[in-house]
Design a binder for this molecule. Sequence first.
Ligand SMILES: NC(=O)c1ccc[n+]([C@@H]2O[C@H](COP(=O)([O-])OP(=O)(O)OC[C@H]3O[C@@H](n4cnc5c(N)ncnc54)[C@H](O)[C@@H]3O)[C@@H](O)[C@H]2O)c1
Length: 390
Amino acid sequence: MADSKPIGLGIVGLGMAGAVMVRAAARHPAFRVAAAAELQAEPRQAFARDFEANVHSDISGLCDDPTVDAVYIATPHQFHAEHATLAAAAGKHIILEKPMALTLADCDAIIAAVEKAGVHLVVGHTHAFDPTIRAMRAIIASGELGRLGMIASWNYTNYLYRPRRPEELDTTRGGGILFNQVPHQIEIVRLLGGGLVKSVRAQAGALDPARPTEGHAVAFLAFEDGAAASLVYGGYDFFDSDELHAWISERGSAKQPAHGAARRALLTRRHSEAELRTLNYAYGAADDGEPPHQPHFGLTIATCARGELRGSVDGVLLYGMDGRREIALPEGPRFAGRGNVLDDLAAAIRAGQRPLHDGRWGKATLEAALAIQTSAREGREVMLKHQVAA
Ligand SMILES: NC(=O)c1ccc[n+]([C@@H]2O[C@H](COP(=O)([O-])OP(=O)(O)OC[C@H]3O[C@@H](n4cnc5c(N)ncnc54)[C@H](O)[C@@H]3O)[C@@H](O)[C@H]2O)c1
């Protein structure tokens, strides 16, 4: 594809994730928002008002659309495998939201479909695409701080009490933090730690019988080279770890402390939770624009022989022999890391540059996420065998 011609992007699913990506793609010089597919009328109509683009009521119409070169799939988890294989068979390049799929067999099916069609696949967005995490990775990989010893990733949110569809509260159907939230942490520590997780030990649980899926987890990931990571996630809307990050939200915007507000809002709601998702988050519902600060996923600290790193509100903090210094990032947050996802797909399509977050990388992350479930259920360490290096 000639560099001058923008890549036509079709967005599948105009919900919360799709809405953010539409705005990121509209600002990205390599892309043109060519089309969208969405089952629900309201977000579809809002999109049609904003873009001179084709609008489809389902993915099959978008796959037949000749203006679409690449698709961004942001449908609920359980459709990822079906939708990615459909898109690949139609010859479209793909950005596939996390988690890549719900089973390793489905990951294999996606990888096979992508390879057969000769298209590119980027599994993202996860917070491993955040500019701060990429900058931390570059510093670690440069060797300037010596050997990496450990990584801590802590995040406390209101995840469990945001409006949820029924399947999102059922782990057997892909619900809960272990499919939705912890994969961000796994991707972050795999990127920082070099990718090759050797084993996983974890505990996870559901503390609220009214929302019977995992709301908390603690996991220990051992890397092949002796480094290790500890992941802690709590989604009960009590403590909010943004309190430790100057009250800057995950996307990088200022926020007000609101402990317990998501739980209280559910008690007084006048719509079903599924309706609330569309009303609150779908395309056309809200647009808070480009966040002014860096996105983040809680507190991430990397410990190396000659220093420690963590993300700050606008950059990376390096704690070394000579004290603390802040490393500014050359670019702004670029739609909460989505700019980096789009860059990676554009580099693959235009320069044949293999994306790091390809199908095998996405499968390796899902393997670790499933291992957390197995370890918690069976009370044992789980050895991994599908890991790939960063
Ligand atoms: N990377 C991130 O930070 C991030 C953030 C949010 C969501 N996500 C991921 O994105 C995916 C979607 O999550 P969400 O929160 O946006 O969900 P959502 O429910 O807000 O949106 C999903 C949309 O897909 C539509 N849809 C379902 N089936 C469809 C089909 N066959 N064709 C066209 N549209 C269809 C639904 O009507 C809905 O509007 C999930 O897998 C989630 O993990 C990622």
